[in-house]
Design a protein around this ligand. Structure first.
Ligand code: URA
Ligand code: CA
Length: 441
C-alpha cells in the first residue's frame, strides 16, 4: 500500500477501504508517513467527505492506535461530556465539579485549543503546576477518590487523534463532520465511561454554522457511540455569541470559579444546568429533569461544586490558593476598554471573530508549537440584546502586547453589531438527539 495512492483515491472522491484507513492511521502514528502527506489527505477528506462507514472505520482505527481505559472497577455509572468546540466555552470546568459533587463519577479526557476555539486543558494548565498528563493509575485513583478527573490524551490513548488533531488545527481542516465525529468519539470510546453527553455547538463561533449540520454531526456521533454500546446523547447549543463573558484561559478559570459560587453569567450557568440535568438522568441519580435541576442547584448553593473544583485542582497537583483567591492567577499587563461608537442594542457578536481576536492576543496557538499567553483574552461587557450608549464599554481586552491589543480594539468595535432594535430571544439549546429520536425546542 502507498500513501500516495490513498491521497489520490480520496482526492478523486472515492471511498477508502478499512485497510487503507488503518494503513494511514497506523503509519502516521509510528512516524512512517510525514505530516505533509497526511495534511494532503485531510484536505481531500475535507473537500470530498467520508461515508458513514469510513467514519466508523476511522474512529475504530484511532481507538486501536493506542490503549483503552477500563473503568469497570469504578462503582456507579460513569459519565463523560464533550463539546464540539466553541468560544468562551467554560462548561467542562463547571459541569464536571457540579455532577461530581452530586455523586456521579465524571471522567474526561479533554483537548487543547483548536482553530479559533479554546481547550479545557489549556485553561487548566493556566493554574500553577496543574498536571493534565495523568497516568492511567492516577486517573483511576482520582475518580475513585473524588469522582472526577480531567486529563489529556497521554498514557497512549488515541495517539492518532492527538497527532491528527494538531495537524488539522494548523491546516484549516477542522470543520469536517467525519473528522470531528471520529476525533471526539475515539477519545470518548477509548475511555470506558457508560454514558456520554455531547454538547454540539452551532452558530457563528462553532465549526457547524447551521442547525441542520449540527444535527447531522450529532446523529453521526450518537450512532457511533450507540454502536459501541454506550448511552450517547447530544444537545445542540447556541454558539452565535461567546458563552459567558470571558474568553481566554485564566479569565475563563476565574469565570468558572464565579459560576461555581453562584455568580456566573446566565447563559453559562443555564447551559451547565441543562447538560448536568441530562447527565444525572443518564447516571440514574434522579428520575426527572426537575429533580436533577434541584440537586445541581443545591450543589452550587452549598458550595459543594466549588469545593469539588478545589479537590480536582489539588489532586492534579495545581495550586489551590489560586482558586481560593483568583487574584493570584496570572494577570495581563494591559487592560484596554473597548468603547462603543454607536448607541443601540447589540444585535450580534460574531463568536468566531471574537475567538480569532483572542487568538491574536495570544490566548491560543498559531502554530503547532506556539506558546500560549494564559492571561490574555477578552471580557465582554455587553452581550446580545444588551442596550449600549455611545462611549459605553463593550469589552475589556487583557493583553501583554500593546500593539496587538490596539489592532484588536479596532476590530472588536466592528464585531459588535449594534442596531436599532432588540432582536428576538436568545435560545440556549436548540434540540436533543438520542439514539431513537430528534427533538427540536
Ligand atoms: N473537539 C475534538 O475533540 N475534536 C474535534 O475535531 C473538534 C472538537
Ligand atoms: Ca466563557
Amino acid at each position: 500500500m502507498r500513501m500516495y495512492n490513498i491521497i489520490k483515491k480520496k482526492r478523486d472522491g472515492r471511498e477508502l477501504s478499512k485497510e487503507e484507513i488503518d494503513y494511514f492511521v497506523e503509519n502516521y502514528v509510528n512516524g512512517q508517513i510525514p505530516d505533509y502527506q497526511v495534511s494532503a489527505l485531510l484536505m481531500a477528506i475535507y473537500f470530498n467527505k467520508m461515508t458513514a462507514r469510513e467514519t466508523i472505520d476511522l474512529t475504530k482505527s484511532m481507538i486501536n492506535s493506542g490503549d483503552t481505559v477500563d473503568l469497570s472497577k469504578i462503582d456507579g455509572i460513569k459519565v463523560d461530556k464533550h463539546s464540539t468546540g466553541g468560544v468562551g466555552d467554560t462548561i467542562s470546568l463547571i459541569l464536571g465539579p457540579m455532577v461530581a459533587a452530586c455523586g456521579v463519577p465524571f471522567v474526561k479526557m479533554s483537548g487543547r485549543g483548536l482553530g479559533h476555539t479554546g481547550g479545557t486543558l489549556d485553561k487548566l494548565e493556566s493554574i500553577n503546576n496543574l498536571r493534565v498528563e495523568l497516568t492511567t493509575e492516577e486517573f483511576l485513583s482520582n475518580v475513585n477518590k473524588i469522582n472526577i478527573a480531567i486529563c489529556s490524551q497521554t498514557a497512549n490513548i488515541t495517539p492518532a487523534d492527538k497527532k491528527i488533531y494538531s495537524l488539522r488545527d494548523v491546516t484549516a481542516t477542522v470543520d469536517n463532520l467525519s473528522l470531528i465525529a471520529s476525533s471526539i468519539m475515539s477519545k470518548k470510546l477509548a475511555i470506558g465511561s457508560d454514558a456520554i453527553i455531547l454538547d454540539v455547538k452551532v452558530g457563528s463561533g462553532a465549526f457547524m454554522k447551521k442547525v441542520e449540520d449540527a444535527l447531522d454531526l450529532s446523529r453521526e456521533m450518537v450512532r457511533i457511540g450507540t454502536s459501541y454500546g454506550r448511552e450517547t446523547i447530544a444537545l445542540i447549543s447556541n454558539m452565535n455569541e461567546p458563552l459567558g463573558k470571558a474568553i481566554g484561559n485564566t479569565l475563563e478559570v476565574k469565570e468558572a470559579i464565579e459560576t461555581l459560587k453562584g455568580n456566573g453569567p446566565d447563559d453559562l450557568y443555564e447551559l451547565s444546568l441543562r447538560l448536568g440535568t441530562k447527565l444525572l438522568l443518564l447516571a440514574k441519580k434522579v428520575n426527572s429533569e426537575k429533580e436533577g435541576r434541584i440537586l445541581l442547584e443545591e450543589a452550587i448553593k452549598s458550595n459543594a461544586a466549588y469545593n469539588k473544583l478545589i479537590e480536582l485542582v489539588e489532586h492534579q497537583g495545581g495550586d489551590i490558593e489560586q482558586i481560593k483567591n483568583p487574584e493570584l492567577l496570572p494577570k495581563a499587563n494591559y487592560i484596554i476598554e473597548v468603547k462603543s461608537k454607536k448607541e443601540g442594542y447589540v444585535k450580534s457578536i460574531d463568536a468566531e471573530r471574537i475567538g480569532q481576536c483572542a487568538l491574536k492576543l495570544g490566548a491560543g496557538r498559531k502554530k503547532l508549537d506556539s506558546k500560549i499567553d494564559y492571561s490574555a483574552g477578552i471580557i465582554l461587557n455587553k452581550k446580545v440584546n444588551d442596550k449600549v450608549m455611545i462611549n459605553e464599554t463593550l469589552a475589556f481586552l487583557h493583553a501583554n502586547n500593546i500593539k496587538k491589543a490596539k489592532e484588536v480594539e479596532e476590530e472588536l468595535k466592528d464585531i459588535f453589531d449594534i442596531g436599532d432594535k432588540n432582536e428576538k430571544c436568545k435560545k440556549i439549546v436548540y434540540g436533543l438527539v438520542t439514539k431513537d429520536r430528534t427533538e427540536l425546542y
